[in-house]
Design a protein around this ligand. Sequence first.
Ligand code: IMP
Length: 433
Amino acid sequence: MPTLVIVGAQWGDEGKGRITDLLSRNAHLVVRFQGGANAGHTVVVEGEKYILHLIPSGIIHADTTCVIGNGMVLDLPTLFKEIEDLKERGLPVEKNLVISDRAHVTMPYHRLLDMPKEPRSGQRKLVTTQRGIRPTYVDKVARLGVRVGDMLCPDLMAEKIRTNLHEKGGSIESPQEADEWVDVLICEFAEWADRIRRYVANTTVLINRAIDEGKNVLFEGAQGTGLDVDFGTYPFVTSSNTTAGGACTGTGVGPSKIDRVVAVAKAYATRVGDERPFPTLMPDGLEQQVREKGNEYGATTGRPRRCGWYDAVLARHAVMVNGLHSLVVTKLDVLDDLPTVKVCRAYRCGDQTLEDFPADVELLDKCEPVYEEFPGWQTTTSNARSFEDLPEAARRYMNRLAELSGAPVSIISVGQSRNDAIMLDPSLETYAF
Ligand code: IMP
């Protein structure tokens, strides 16, 4: 079982970094295929906490090659800071990190273009992480983008900077006069090119060769299915394909070479900030309790996350659009104290019952969740290492959650540390144990 894709089943922050870390112990390559510095993957290893925005979580293993795939967008100051931090902590980043020459660069003007704007009247505000993600992907699709490989050709790079600043001049409040800024950026990028050169390669060849040689390759998604630009709650999504198909287009590996797809979901649901739609939002007091226990604050922005009940309608959608083999459920322990727990099995909209996740966010906003309610277990689950170790009420909850989601659960995580997990599918052991 050499290739495995891990994606998020909800709206991001499902604990993918932690699961990737768990499953990448025997991986030769860990590859990220979309998104950029909007992601924040938190991993705790032997009491040490790592927050990674761009570099795949596998970097924590000294013998794993980590690839930044062509589908990603790179903010260079963030990348260099991350490299330096990891080097200071003794990790051999120079040996293990490889960056696709086809990945796109988030330019300083992309960050400026991603600053919040007042919506036109009657429109809902599009909230972003303000990391320049949307403008970078806009330029990629408009074929104006700057790729990592371009940085290594000074003349081409200078030309692209000039053309782009000229094109965008009117819409950016630049820190300098446009002409001056061109010169500043050309100098800055010449220096950055020297710093990045050693990492740049044709990663498509590298990954495909590794697969052909039978190596274990793990593809690490960022964000989640609900934020996918095609299948999420458009337009309240991110600008990339966060779903499993993105692992192919974001790396240059064909679908026939993907063996296994798993998605990570929390035992409840969260969504960053005040963003809607979020059908299973909990009432205030309960939400606060879950937020504190689950430490639901953004790793990238520090913003509090809204908390809600597990949404099996979204989970079924995730199972379908990712072609999931199984779900990995995280943070079951966060629900330990609650007297009752709920799972949303359908939405009610007027006299209509919806079983399938709709494309229309206005409709979704009007939907009321239809819940199944279960008694809580009110005892700690963090020490459980097998399904039988869980209290009966927790087992009942997990069984019904899997049934309503339409996929088996392969791992349940019950705490922050590497070993706080219950492995239900031994075939994933190739990667983990
Ligand atoms: P962008 O990706 O910066 O364009 O932000 C678009 C939306 O996706 C915003 O609502 C963000 O809060 C959300 N988002 C982007 N990355 C993440 C993530 O890693 N976790 C949770 N939400 C995210």
